[in-house]
Design a protein. Structure first.
Length: 273
């Protein structure tokens, strides 16, 4: 499906996630001439991508008409500095799509013109390879067409789920937003354990990466539950069963992850307040 927005798109922030989104939009056929980027220091990959498509990046973007969509992809810490400069760019049909963690719909609305339609979304880093998981929610001012427009933009980098209760985004952030880091840590730990078991570091790293990537793809493609897939690998009194006895024991992996997700959700709530 080719992306048609019915007006310009202003991307504010061309870091890793902003650049990943832009790459996805361009893959989906969004006209580069309709894209305007505002960022004083874009990420290197994003800068190369924009240069290859003739997209100019400016410290303060100037658009010929009000944008159909303003995408906020800046760090939450500088949002208060950025939002006042965007107020004049918001037109009567503009929807603001924010991917900034910890910034609530009401927080954003208070810094934008009254009645601005706002969509808040939480993508994750696999968006950089088109395998992202994004959860989004919308303010009451967002029209059906504006929600569809934002959905197309987010689907360009992966799967999208919409929720009605914004409060759930704290838990979403803790699971899918921060979740890739948990898997990367698992790869680190598995590599270290393999080295401790006698493998060379390069071989250990290759085994850990390939195992996690392959198991993840199997999980994605399979209709079986994670528990069923785990059971299929586990022979009674075999090697996997011996390992799982440790991982699933007291203070094991399940307990650690519950505590980790709880800590991340708590921090998300703190950032939102």
């Amino acid at each position: 499906m080719t992306l048609h927005l019915g007006g310009p798109l202003l991307l504010v922030g061309a870091g890793k996630m902003g650049g990943a989104l832009l790459a996805g939009w361009l893959r989906q056929g969004l006209d580069p001439a309709s894209v305007y980027v505002q960022d004083p220091t874009p990420a290197t990959e994003a800068a190369v991508l924009m240069a290859s498509h003739g997209i100019r990046v400016r410290h303060q973007a100037k658009l010929p008409t009000a944008p159909a969509v303003i995408v906020l992809a800046v760090k939450p810490q500088i949002m208060d500095e950025v939002l006042p400069t965007l107020a004049a760019s918001v037109g009567p049909s503009t929807v603001v799509l924010s991917i900034a963690a910890g910034r609530t719909l009401s927080n954003l609305a208070a810094r934008l013109p009254l009645g601005t339609p706002i969509v808040r979304a939480m993508p994750n880093t696999p968006a950089s390879i088109g395998q992202g998981m994004t959860v989004a929610c919308a303010s009451s001012e967002v029209t059906r067409d504006q929600a569809l427009c934002c959905n197309m933009l987010l689907e360009a980098v992966g799967e999208v789920i919409w929720i009605d209760d914004e409060i759930l985004l704290d838990a979403v952030t803790a699971v899918s937003g921060s979740g890739p880091a948990y898997l990367f840590l698992l790869a680190e730990c598995l590599t270290e354990a393999a080295v401790a078991a006698g493998l060379e570091p390069e071989l250990a790293s290759r085994l850990a990466r390939a195992t996690l990537a392959g198991a993840g793809e199997l999980l994605r493609r399979s209709d079986l539950s994670p528990a069923e897939l785990r059971q299929n690998v586990t022979s009674p009194k075999g090697t996997t069963a011996a390992a799982l006895e440790v991982l699933m024991g007291k203070d094991g992996l399940a307990d650690l992850l519950k505590r980790a997700v709880s800590a991340a959700a708590k921090r998300s709530r703190e950032l939102s307040s």
